[in-house]
Design a protein around this ligand. Structure first.
Ligand code: KMH
Ligand code: ZN
Length: 272
């Protein structure tokens, strides 16, 4: 089994300070949280950024500032969001790709997202995939529902994605696939054999699905984008605290945790 890649999704686009007062929002806070998460065992930092009012933005300057601040202090793989926030335009969503990050997310289908719709029509998905291909950015295919795997495989046939693919199963968004182990097994078994995958369980599903991911040979995402609690009714103190806990789970199950460079080897990023 490969070493475990832990992704820290630090901020997201939906979580607020009212949800958890420890949410990192400014470039310094996000960079600080990334460095702490990396020290705790995360090898990928999934990045969203906020404007001065704390609202989600895809502004290239803000992403650039955060990325430079992280790179100065740790070697984590930086993965920018092209999902942004519900309702953002194609131009906004693609902006951080201009920074040629090592990785970026690519959601391959539309899904209900609570009371809203996270819209990913095929032309938009193909445009984002094409930019990633041109810039040598490794996509992480975000799977909010099972059909998004099939859509990703169609992009492979069109030459817009290259195998081996890396997937993130985001499970438990109201409107997407339910966060249970039967579904996780189904999703993992639906992938081409040479794929890698990670699981992001939303809310209280983060820990049990992360544990299942560790046992199944997958990888795990934790962080305030997906879950704000350490336990029922107790807000997490930091993203690093959630990373530390999943590291402990991995240790209990004797699954070694990957360093950023080991994660680069596993994901085929080394030497790209
Ligand atoms: N904020 C969600 C609507 C991604 O990062 O690519 C989309 C999202 C996925 O967070
Ligand atoms: Zn995200």
């Amino acid at each position: 089994m490969d070493k475990l890649i832990i992704t820290a999704a630090l901020t997201g686009a939906e979580t607020t300070r009212e949800d958890n007062p420890n949410l990192p929002l400014t470039p310094d806070e996000i960079a600080g949280a990334a460095v702490e998460a990396c020290r705790a065992g995360a090898s990928i930092i999934h990045l969203h950024v906020r404007d001065r009012e704390g609202k989600p933005t895809q502004c290239g300057e803000v992403f650039g500032e955060v990325m430079e601040k992280i790179k100065a202090r740790c070697s984590a793989i930086l993965q920018v969001s092209t999902g942004g926030a519900v309702g953002m335009s194609a131009a906004e969503r693609s902006t951080p790709l201009q920074l040629s990050p090592e990785m970026a997310t690519l959601t391959t289908g539309t899904v209900n997202f609570g009371d809203e719709v996270f819209s990913n029509p095929r032309p938009l998905v193909e445009e984002l995939a094409g930019i990633m291909q041109k810039r040598g950015v490794k996509p992480e295919v975000e799977v909010f529902d099972a059909g998004m795997i099939d859509s990703a495989l169609r992009l492979v046939k069109k030459g817009l994605l290259q195998e081996p693919l890396h997937f993130d199963f985001v499970m438990g968004v109201p409107g997407g696939i339910a966060a249970d182990i039967r579904n996780l097994v189904f999703l993992a078994e639906s992938l081409p054999a040479d794929s890698t995958w990670t699981v992001a369980g939303i809310g209280r599903h983060e820990l049990p699905l992360g544990t299942a991911g560790i046992l199944m040979g997958g990888h795990v995402r934790v962080g305030f984008e997906d879950n704000i609690y350490y336990e029922k009714g107790v807000p997490a103190e930091s993203n690093a605290q959630l990373v530390e806990r999943i590291v402990r789970v991995a240790e209990i199950h004797q699954r070694a945790v990957a360093s950023p460079d080991e994660a680069r080897q596993i994901l085929g990023l080394a030497g790209r």
